[in-house]
Design a binder for this molecule. Sequence first.
Ligand SMILES: CC(C)(COP(=O)(O)OP(=O)(O)OC[C@H]1O[C@@H](n2cnc3c(N)ncnc32)[C@H](O)[C@@H]1OP(=O)(O)O)[C@@H](O)C(=O)NCCC(=O)NCCS
Length: 150
Amino acid sequence: MPNKKILIRKALYEDIENIAALDAYVFRENAWSTESFTRELDLHFSRLFIAEIDNKFAGYALAWYIADEVQLMRIAVLPDFQRYKVGTQLIQHVINHTDNQKKIVLEVADNNTSAIRFYTSLGFHSVGFRKNYYRFDNAILMEKNINHED
Ligand SMILES: CC(C)(COP(=O)(O)OP(=O)(O)OC[C@H]1O[C@@H](n2cnc3c(N)ncnc32)[C@H](O)[C@@H]1OP(=O)(O)O)[C@@H](O)C(=O)NCCC(=O)NCCS
């Protein structure tokens, strides 16, 4: 696995089943339906990317590009492919597809320590807190400035 190439590409209709299955596995009662993901393919401000390793689905990221911000809506990597920088490459791809957006923002459950560590490792920092944002959890708001020179 360490030397395998990670391919990131735009999601197609036929990828939605894999995306929704992973979303259901990691986000459980907060998962999106296949219909919700399918709708994203037609929204002009939304971009859905998938990661593949050896032509196998490994993860996805969904982001909304609105005005001067990119909102990271969802990101997940299959457990077998975690800690191999798939998530890092997905975020980098989201950033590479910005137009004039100045920052990337997201909300993460305050008990999701691995995701918070992941975002921190990529240069995100905490800018706020929302109590009871999710059904049972609080949310931490995080953001990272986009340097278009990078
Ligand atoms: C968060 C997630 C997308 C990270 O994907 P990933 O491909 O495993 O992340 P990467 O391999 O790119 O990790 C980059 C760095 O982030 C940090 N990191 C990632 N996962 C971590 C974990 N479980 N514990 C501690 N640090 C972690 C590490 O610093 C890591 O670098 P290292 O492996 O060299 O130490 C993945 O764990 C996941 O799908 N989680 C479930 C879904 C989720 O919580 N999504 C976010 C909701 S807001």
